[in-house]
Design a protein around this ligand. Sequence first.
Ligand code: ADP
Ligand code: MG
Length: 340
Amino acid sequence: MKRRTFITLLAVGSVAACSRPAHATIRGLTMGTSYTVELAAPIDDAARTRLAEAIEVELAAINRAMSTYDPRSELSEFNRRQDLHWVPASRGLLEVLDRAWQISTASQGAFDVTVGPLVDLWGFGPEIRARRVPDDAAVERARQSVGYQHVQADLSAGAIRKRDSRIQVDVCAIAKGYGVDRVAMVLDQQGVHDYLVEIGGELRARGTTAAGKPWRVGIERPVEGGHVLGETVVLENRGIATSGTTEDFFEQDGRHYSHIIDPKTARPVVHPSIAVSVIADTTMEADAWATALVVHGPERGYALAQARGLAVMFVTASGSAFDVRVTDAFRAHLASTPLS
Ligand code: ADP
Ligand code: MG
């Protein structure tokens, strides 16, 4: 769903730690990025192959439902609709749109899956185009069709609809998290209880490592084009996601324009380097909140996260220094000893 070639979170498993954290690793590509599943318990080849196949099937179904990079996906088809009728939708799309709506409301509109036209206009969409600041008239035109209230999901009826025909839905900011949750569900169903699942840097852990210890995850700091390890968290049956302005951006006239759009201004977040990590019960929630809180930024975002009891860390780079703010709920997950 998004071309991203590096991972913002580094699992201990992949950075040769002293004790071997996993017995088996399943890797693959999905949503324009890579995924990794670390299994703590030994597994024979046949079982591993079955598991890998079940994971592939699940991820392929998610892509068929919600990829905006695939013109034949269910979501691409929905986006092309010009009418306001209710249309039957897959379970996955319903769940994602329903949760997206809740987080849009809770984040005061900072999270908004209808930013699609703005994402495209600013050059961060599926279409390959030059990235530069568009003129004000074009921004005004595109923002007319943006507003999370204009797309509705009815879980009990199993249907979705537009309330404005121009609406274009883009679930890039929540789909990877959802994918992680679904892969975790596949593992649960197959009786696997100790694992770490990762898609493009968003993770979920359950149980323990091969050494019987809780999974620990190192969080990268926001530096352009590099990887600097920052805080380490202990992940027990939870998901974590990180979103930041250094992941994808362009520069023009000395200003930094990020792939994360503030729906209120219809413009990209201009702060050059913030990363927001969120720990939640599901990776889907963590993923959406991470994006929303980048939009709010470290001041307003911190206040909102604290007020809602969310587990969040804001890391802001200024020069070679980092300002780190963690909410009370996040502090409880910080590891007493760092990874490196
Ligand atoms: P990444 O995909 O790099 O991990 P995010 O989860 O923050 O980062 O998703 C960013 C993507 O989500 C953007 O590339 C764009 O497609 C979309 N997007 C941008 N701004 C918003 C927003 N305010 N709310 C929801 N989705 C957004
Ligand atoms: Mg996100």
